[in-house]
Design a protein around this ligand. Structure first.
Ligand SMILES: Nc1ncnc2c1ncn2[C@@H]1O[C@H](COP(=O)(O)OP(=O)(O)OP(=O)(O)O)[C@@H](O)[C@H]1O
Length: 253
C-alpha cells in the first residue's frame, strides 16, 4: 500500500505531465476519487481530457507523475479500470447479452457462465427483455445503457466515462443523466467522468475539477454539495445557478 493513500481513496493521480512531440498537453494534474464518489473533469474541447483518461487507464505512459489505485502504483498498466469512450460501439453481430458479457469472456469465462453472470444486471440497467436482441433493435439511449453495462462488467469499482452522452439528443441525454444517478444509487461505483457540459457536470457530480485550455492543468476544484438524490428540478434552483455562474466565471478567466 502506498503511504499517500488516505481513507476510502480509490484513485490517486499525482503530478501528471504529458507531451506529444513538442506539444505539452497535460501539465501537472493531480486528482483524487474516493469510494462511491462521482468526480468530473470539466474542460474545453481539445484541452487534454482524453489524454488524462488514457494515462489513468494505462494506455499511455506519462512523462512524469503516477497513478495509484487502492494505493497500488498502476502507472502504465492496463486492465484495472473500466473505460468507456464517447462512441463505445456495441458489436452489431452479437446479441446484447453477449456484447455485455464480452469483458468476462475476454477474461476467460465460458460464454454460458458469462451470460449467467450478467443476466441479473439487465433489470438494474433497464434492459430486461432485451437480452437476446441485436444492437440495431434498440434505441440510442438503450444502446448507451448496454454499453455502460458492458463497461461496468469489466471492472465494477473504478469506471472512467469519457462523454458517454455526448452523441445523444438533449432529451435523451437528460433522461440518461437521471438514469445514471439512479443506477449508481443501486450499484455503487467510483466514477471519473469527462464532459464539457457545465450543467451535466453540476447535476451529476460530488466534485468537479475545472481544467484550463491546453495544456490541461487544474484551475479549481469545486465540491458540489447539492442534496441527493437529485432530480431535474434542481437544475433551475438558485443554488444550482449560483454554482453555474461561478464555474462560468472561472472558465472564462
Ligand atoms: N497520440 C497523440 N499524438 C499527438 N497528439 C495527440 C495525441 N493524442 C492527443 N493529441 C493532441 O493532444 C491534444 C489534447 O487531446 P485530447 O484528446 O486529450 O483532448 P480532449 O480534451 O479530450 O478533447 P475533446 O474534448 O475534443 O475530446 C490535442 O491537441 C490532440 O491533437
Amino acid at each position: 500500500m502506498n503511504s499517500c493513500q488516505k481513507n476510502n481513496e480509490k484513485l490517486l493521480v499525482k503530478n501528471l505531465r504529458k507531451s506529444f512531440e513538442n506539444l505539452l498537453v497535460v501539465d501537472n494534474i493531480s486528482l483524487t476519487l474516493k469510494e462511491n464518489e462521482f468526480v468530473t473533469l470539466l474542460g474545453p474541447s481539445g484541452c487534454g481530457k482524453s489524454t488524462i483518461f488514457n494515462i489513468i487507464a494505462g494506455l499511455l505512459n506519462p512523462d512524469k507523475g503516477n497513478v495509484y489505485i487502492d494505493g497500488e502504483n498502476y502507472t502504465g498498466k492496463t486492465g484495472r479500470v473500466s473505460y468507456m469512450y464517447q462512441k463505445d460501439l456495441l458489436l452489431p453481430w452479437k446479441r446484447i447479452i453477449d456484447n455485455v458479457a464480452l469483458p468476462l469472456v475476454i477474461k476467460g469465462e465460458s460464454k454460458r457462465k458469462a451470460r449467467e453472470k450478467v443476466k441479473k444486471y439487465f433489470e438494474v440497467f433497464g434492459l430486461e427483455g432485451f437480452e437476446y436482441k441485436y444492437p440495431f433493435q434498440l434505441s440510442g439511449g438503450m444502446r448507451q445503457r448496454a454499453a455502460l453495462m458492458r463497461t461496468y462488467m469489466f471492472s465494477k469499482d473504478v469506471i472512467l466515462l469519457d462523454e458517454p452522452f455526448g452523441g445523444l439528443d438533449a432529451i435523451t441525454k437528460s433522461k440518461m443523466q437521471k438514469w445514471l444517478l439512479d443506477v449508481l444509487n443501486k450499484l455503487k461505483a467510483s466514477i471519473l467522468f469527462i464532459t464539457h457540459d457545465i450543467e451535466e457536470a453540476i447535476f451529476l457530480s460530488d466534485k468537479i475539477y475545472i481544467l484550463s485550455d491546453r495544456p490541461a492543468s487544474i484551475k479549481e476544484e469545486i465540491i458540489i454539495n447539492l442534496p441527493k438524490p437529485r432530480d431535474r428540478e434542481i437544475t433551475t434552483s438558485e443554488e444550482f445557478n449560483e454554482i453555474k455562474r461561478h464555474i462560468l466565471n472561472i472558465m472564462n478567466n
